[in-house]
Design a protein around this ligand. Sequence first.
Ligand SMILES: [Zn+2]
Length: 262
Amino acid sequence: MTVRVADIAAAIEEFAPKMLQEHYDNAGLQVGNPVTEVTAVMLCLDVTPEVMREASRRQCNMVVSHHPLIFKGLKNLTGADATQLMVMEALRKDMAVYSAHTNLDSAWNGVSHEMARILGVKNPEVLEKRDNDPHSGLGVIGSIEPTPKLEFLRKVKEKFNVRAMRYSSQSDALVIKRVALCGGSGASLIPEALAAGADLYVTGDVKYHDFTNYGQQIVIADIGHYESELCSMRVLSRIIRQKYPDMVVYFSDDQRNPVAVM
Ligand SMILES: [Zn+2]
């Protein structure tokens, strides 16, 4: 069975329509010919030179990422920066690069749902509904068996392989029942998590003043942008394998967290 770049794109967009993306986003086919037959797919969070090399080495001619390779737009193609170099390399090697970003965040069973699944959060509902649609929007909220704050935070740290987790220092005696989650930079949804009755909110890229402004009312856990969104690859893999069970799909081994801790 011939599977083309456009077929993989269509499978992803059936699950996460491009109209669900935020206005600033650039999800969709970044580089490549839609009619090229796909040999194998390489999944990653960010497209990097390491991922591109790994894709070639493993005979993948399609890279599917969560973060778009081309985000701000390109006015020329001269190899002046890393993005341009990767676009040129993709063209040279006849590789396609496809990205499912905020549309995958807002899709039902998207990235935040996957986070909920990892933590055993039940009955997830969308945190910030899109156009009042209960089945699309950013973040989720659901319930867990009542668990002491620190015990649940230890579980979060373990499940997401967090090296150093930042969390609200107040009220260690709290028992957590309602948990909200949002992959990536979700600090702007802290008020929504609070209004929806979450005891604890898991996301990335939380600022100091988010902790000072809200930390008394809700336990915030910053697990890191990368750590929170690695599970996007599981979502993408499931979408592709469901439609094309014979397609070879790899999770990148060579990508790494651009943020180190010491
Ligand atoms: Zn992200």
